[in-house]
Write a protein of this length. Sequence first.
Length: 145
Amino acid sequence: MSEVPDGGSVSLDMLKKLMAQFAEKRDWNQYHSPRNLLLALVGEVGELAEIFQWKGEVKRGLPNWKEEEKTHLSEELSDVLLYLVRLSDTCGIDLGKAALRKVELNAIKYPVKSYQDVSTSSKKYKQITLETPTSYNGDRNTEKD
Ligand SMILES: Nc1ccn([C@H]2C[C@H](O)[C@@H](COP(=O)(O)OP(=O)(O)OP(=O)(O)O)O2)c(=O)n1
């Protein structure tokens, strides 16, 4: 019988605990080092990219995809998420909190007001997005060349 809960509400915390149990039960904590997990994550991102490779642009919602292709996509997306959650855990980062903080930072970096009038003009949108970074000082890397 599956040890995975089948509730509709999935949290990052739940996934973190399930991944920790998964590793613990197999004595895999020794392999789940931050560096190994990062490499595993990048490998899964590669597998995810392979699904889209050579397809050209695809429509939102993937209306023309076969069910098997969508299932494959869901599996690779999950692998990426699970390794990301596990990597964050082994680095002592609370991924949920960190992501919420980043959403707030993004809102400061890209204020709604600056983009409200330009939804019909992609040219103008590009101008603004190119200009924005000069007024944003959120980068932690402040080293000069
Ligand atoms: N040392 C490991 C190996 C696997 N997993 C978990 C996390 C991923 O969700 C999934 C990855 O498993 P595979 O390496 O078998 O990758 P795939 O499922 O993508 O299989 P394949 O590469 O054959 O398509 O299993 C893990 O936590 N730690």
